[in-house]
Design a protein around this ligand. Structure first.
Ligand code: ADP
Length: 425
């Protein structure tokens, strides 16, 4: 009876010949340099060196098609001593490269000397070519360049398996180059977006302040008393400018945080006082909806060191939400607990709650529930994202729990002291 266990768990290492081991090592070096080198040029040079070794080549050239796909340029050229070569060394192979870039197939040319239909210009240093092989760099069916290898000695032709290895290198290299291009495109788009947001938010602030100022003057009757309808219209103007300014400042905050340009101004904070200030400033809103408010903030709660204005912004946003999304007569509680290494603050409401489907999208920018109560309230769906980013910037965390129809608890915890910035150096 066969020894089943032994057969299944035979852990004996496969044995490789010296040549196979060398190839595996070169392949793994290629995969490693293409996945880990931060700079694309470094990655391509490392790949070319390893590919030259892998295929027993004398020299390797990597060319890339330009954006217009009509012309191409040399991106890396190395020999088997890992020396960078001048561009003119590629001259005799221009036609082979052009052929490789116009067709899809990789090619192995055993006697390049007789096959080369080189350019008319005789290069200063013309190699005595033996064999060459060329593989296009393909992203799907789109060509983005090619790798060409020539043999170390005229009498040492390449084998079919070396061409197969070159194709593997070409496939991995094409992926790396394409990923790099996509990353660059994403970075450029994100840079353009942040420039746009900072210019627009800066340019909008001045006219919005002016509209607000003049609306206030009208409301105060500075240019004569207003009729009831005029007062109503001016209030609408004022409220809408207020909404716009919240949107602009939320967008500017997100932009600053994402680009690392939001700096906190830390100071010791007595939390109870801060909550008191917010409740006073929101008094008229609570009165409107006749919410029942309770706070439970221990008098001996330790002082925390964080940015008071930013903390105020987060708390105001959470309390404001509790207010907006809790029907009239509902209950809102603000609780604080000392957790030994930081403070946890909770804003609890018994409002409309959030469905589990909506919960999954809650911190996505511009997300607002389709619930009619939500849609009747003003908002842009940015407050929670900004709050979460701010709390994380302060070294804390922000979360929630909610049951549809029963209410929600939004909480955050902050350490007593902000975490020191990590030094990458
Ligand atoms: P906004 O309130 O301006 O819509 P937020 O980012 O503050 O933006 O909130 C996003 C969405 O999360 C809200 O539109 C609402 O659907 C939901 N939400 C936030 N807080 C609550 C809450 N306390 N109760 C129920 N839903 C809430």
């Amino acid at each position: 009876m066969p020894n089943y266990i032994e057969a299944r768990f035979n852990t004996a290492q496969p044995t490789f010949s010296e040549g196979e081991e060398r190839r595996l090592a070169a392949l793994s070096r290629i995969a490693h340099s293409l996945s880990s080198a931060l700079d694309l040029d470094d990655a391509l040079i490392q790949m070319l060196d390893a590919a030259i070794e892998l295929t027993n080549a004398g020299r390797g050239f990597l060319v890339l098609l330009e954006e217009d796909a009509a012309s191409w340029s040399l991106r890396a050229a190395r020999n088997n001593d890992q020396v960078t070569l001048p561009a003119q060394d590629l001259e005799p192979y221009r036609t082979v490269i052009a052929d490789a870039l116009s067709g899809d197939a990789s090619r192995l040319i055993a006697d390049a000397g007789s096959d080369l239909r080189s350019s008319e210009s005789e290069p200063a240093v013309r190699p005595a070519p033996g064999a060459i092989m060329v593989a296009p760099l393909l992203v799907g069916s789109r060509k983005i360049g090619a790798i060409l290898m020539d043999s170390r000695l005229p009498e040492a032709p390449f084998t079919q398996s070396e061409l197969e290895l070159l194709k593997i290198c070409a496939a991995q290299t094409a992926l790396k180059i394409e990923n790099d291009r996509l990353q660059q495109a994403v970075q450029n788009a994100s840079l353009a977006k942040s420039r746009f947001v900072s210019i627009v938010s800066h340019e909008l602030r001045v006219p919005m302040t002016s509209i607000k100022g003049y609306a206030d003057l009208l409301r105060q009757g500075v240019v004569g008393s207003l009729t009831a309808q005029q007062t109503e219209f001016v209030d609408i103007i004022r409220n809408n400018v207020e909404r716009m300014s919240i949107l602009v400042s939320d967008l500017a905050d997100i932009n600053r945080i994402e680009t690392g340009r939001l700096f906190l101004e830390t100071a010791p904070i007595a939390l109870a006082d801060q909550v008191e200030d917010i409740l006073t400033s929101l008094q008229s809103k609570f009165a409107e909806k006749q919410h029942w408010f309770t706070t439970d903030i221990p008098a001996d709660l330790p002082v925390i060191n964080t940015d008071p204005l930013r903390l105020m912004q987060v708390l105001t946003n959470l309390i404001n939400n509790a207010c907006k999304y809790t029907p009239a007569g509902g209950e809102i509680q603000i609780l604080a607990v000392d957790q030994g290494d930081g403070v946890r603050i909770e804003v609890v409401d018994n409002g409309i709650g959030i469905s589990s489907e909506d919960q999954a999208r809650l911190f996505t920018q511009f997300f607002r529930s389709d619930d009619s109560v939500v849609r009747e309230e003003p908002g842009w769906g940015l407050g929670l994202s900004v709050s979460k980013l701010l709390i994380e910037l302060m070294g804390g965390e922000l979360g929630f729990s909610s049951t549809l129809g029963s209410g929600s608890t939004f909480w955050f915890r902050l350490p007593y002291e902000p975490k020191p910035a990590v030094d990458d150096a």
